[in-house]
Ligand binder design. Structure first.
Ligand code: ATP
Length: 222
């Protein structure tokens, strides 16, 4: 079916905190794939991992700071408003019903994609969206197994595919490798190190102002 709207990108995560690895991935895929916009969606409660350190409201506020001056990126609070476990399939179905004629493209780092077969109702996700897999340092796609089968069935090479079809394709895309992780940033802050230049300055200021990742009472509080 021919689509009249350009695809919208969706980047979900805990964003505890959002950092330049996330933001470079978003902006590079926005440009390379000619996306209409990217919705950055902090989860309320992650499904496969420990509870985040910062509250949902703080994580959303940090995403809002990060995208403030970038019209290509939108801080989408839908999972935080919905509460409960944040299943991506629910988010995609919600967006699909709001934007019935718009292709959706789920952006995931390769690390997240490797766990894809454990996502809730994962087989339905490609009915609602395309998946764009961004390379990250130190990760490789497996040569056999569910992920390998899925790629051989669904891999697309033409960017036009994601604008001309609502869902169903997988694209593998290189991005600038920035070996930055939120876990490492939280550790650095807790140890009293300066996390500047790993994340946007206004996010750094937010963390400083709110003492978000400091160990209370420690001399390392920032
Ligand atoms: P944590 O260290 O707490 O696991 P994280 O930095 O990996 O966090 P998430 O919020 O879990 O961040 O990631 C959201 C999405 O961003 C995932 O698809 C993940 O693969 C991707 N991502 C995270 N860090 C990077 C990075 N440095 N480069 C590219 N993609 C990234």
């Amino acid at each position: 079916m021919h689509q009249t709207h350009k695809a919208i990108g969706i980047l979900g995560g805990t964003f505890d905190p959002i950092h330049l690895g996330h933001l470079r991935m978003a902006i590079e895929l926005y440009e390379a794939l000619d996306l209409a916009k990217i919705h950055i969606i902090p989860c309320f409660q992650p499904v496969h991992r420990k509870l985040p350190v910062a509250s949902p409201e703080q994580r959303l506020a940090m995403v809002q700071c990060a995208v403030k001056d970038e019209p290509a990126l939108f801080a989408d609070d839908r999972e935080i408003r919905r509460k409960g476990l944040s299943y991506m399939i629910d988010t995609l179905m919600e967006m699909r019903s709001e934007m019935p004629g718009t292709p959706l493209a789920l952006l995931v780092g390769i690390d997240a994609f490797l766990g894809f077969p454990s996502w809730h109702r994962w087989m339905e996700i490609l009915d609602q969206a395309h998946i764009i897999v961004a390379h990250r340092p130190n990760y490789q796609l497996p040569p056999t197994g569910l992920i390998a089968d899925l790629i051989s069935e669904r891999l697309q090479h033409e960017i036009a595919f994601i604008h001309e079809n609502q869902a169903g394709g997988i694209l593998l895309r290189p991005i600038t490798s920035l070996d930055i992780s939120a876990t490492d940033i939280r550790k650095q802050i807790a140890m009293g190190r300066n996390p500047r230049y790993l994340l946007p300055d206004n996010v750094y200021h937010y963390i400083k102002q709110h003492g978000t990742y400091s160990i209370v009472g420690s001399k390392h509080e920032i």
